[in-house]
Design a protein around this ligand. Structure first.
Ligand SMILES: [Zn+2]
Ligand SMILES: [Zn+2]
Length: 339
């Protein structure tokens, strides 16, 4: 088969790789219906952060049909349509049972999903199957549950979004936009999206944003205070991972409010004294998408939500390099890849 490899900054190649095989009895092999490029893939693509000896296989968002299972797999069956998270989980350890599957004691991070075939470890705990093979038009939304929607949902949940609350979403990438959708589903009364890009503002409003703030930094914080009678928001969802976005989030929350952070941090440093007097609840990390998958898949299958709208570019998998370029240059919010 051919699969996606990163050779160095902005050097994506689609090249011959060995087909995955069952390696552990708890593995499954999927034939992917769709895969995609994540905002977090852009960090190594741009040469930021430590990335392992090149070439690096890429991709961690996926859904597809089970092609093969290991001898110990009990719940997942050949021919089923399944969705899994970017983090594998046994779903039985104490951390999983508490709902933090993305920190499972047996966790592995997926990293070979921009390919036609994928090996998924811990198949029984990682994958969620649907009763029937879903219609083609629902595939983009089901794929979105695999990471971006699951992560946006965690952002809203971790920031204690409830009916009647005022919510601020920092970041207008796919996760930020789906954090808006999630806050709306959880009954937030007011949802303020911070975005400077017109096409993204439009989608944010479609997903439920009631206000858009285009300012950033101190000006952005002042605008949020203006909109919240001077106190700050009940819940602030940080969906970027930079120092600026993190401070924006903490300073936009009211004392006693909640700040969640789901953007992979790059160089974020917090000041103890500022944190002390901010008086906010902080909760974040790699989203335990597996906790939410059954509910999110159900919402998609019942067509109550349409998170697949974040994919504004669809390409055949062999044009993956163009998919990265489009996202890097912000010509696309998120690229769906068809094997
Ligand atoms: Zn991702
Ligand atoms: Zn576990």
């Amino acid at each position: 088969m051919q699969a996606t490899m990163l050779y160095g900054p902005r050097d994506i190649r689609f090249e011959d790789r060995p087909e995955p095989e069952i390696y552990q009895p708890t593995d499954a092999i999927l034939r992917l219906s769709a895969t995609c490029i994540c905002g977090s893939d852009l960090w190594p693509y741009r040469g930021i952060g430590n990335f392992s000896e090149p070439p690096t296989p890429m991709g961690h968002e996926y859904c597809g049909i089970v092609e093969e299972i290991g001898s110990a797999v009990k719940n997942i069956k050949r021919g089923q349509f399944v969705v899994g998270s970017f983090a594998t989980s046994d779903n039985t350890c104490v951390i999983c049972r508490d709902g933090y599957q993305s920190s499972c004691v047996q966790r592995e991070f997926m990293s070979t999903a921009q390919a036609p075939l994928l090996r998924v470890p811990l198949a029984d705990g990682t994958l969620v199957s649907t009763r029937e093979v879903p219609p083609k038009e629902l595939i983009p939304s089901l794929l979105a549950t695999s990471d971006v929607l699951g992560t946006g949902w965690f952002a809203a949940d971790a920031a204690n979004v409830k009916p009647g609350r005022t919510v601020v979403v920092v970041g207008d990438g796919a996760v930020g936009l789906l954090a808006v959708l999630s806050a709306k589903q959880m009954g937030a009364e007011r949802i303020i999206a911070m975005s400077r890009h017109e096409s993204r503002q439009k989608l944010a409003r479609e997903f439920g944003a009631t206000d858009v703030v285009t300012e950033r930094g101190d000006e952005g914080i002042a605008r949020i205070k203006d909109l919240t009678k001077g106190t700050g928001a009940d819940s602030v969802l940080e969906c970027v991972g930079t120092q600026e976005s993190m401070m924006q989030a903490i300073r936009s929350a009211r004392p006693g409010g909640f700040v969640s952070y789901v953007g992979v941090p790059h160089g974020v440093v917090l000041d103890g004294a500022e944190l002390f007097f901010a008086h906010v609840h902080l909760h974040g990390g790699p989203a335990p998408v597996r906790r939410y998958l059954p509910h999110l898949i159900d919402l998609v299958l019942k067509e109550k939500i349409n998170p697949g709208k974040v994919f504004d570019l669809t390409l055949p998998l062999d044009q993956v390099a163009e998919g990265y370029r489009a996202m890097d240059e912000r010509r696309a919010i998120k690229t769906l890849l068809q094997p």
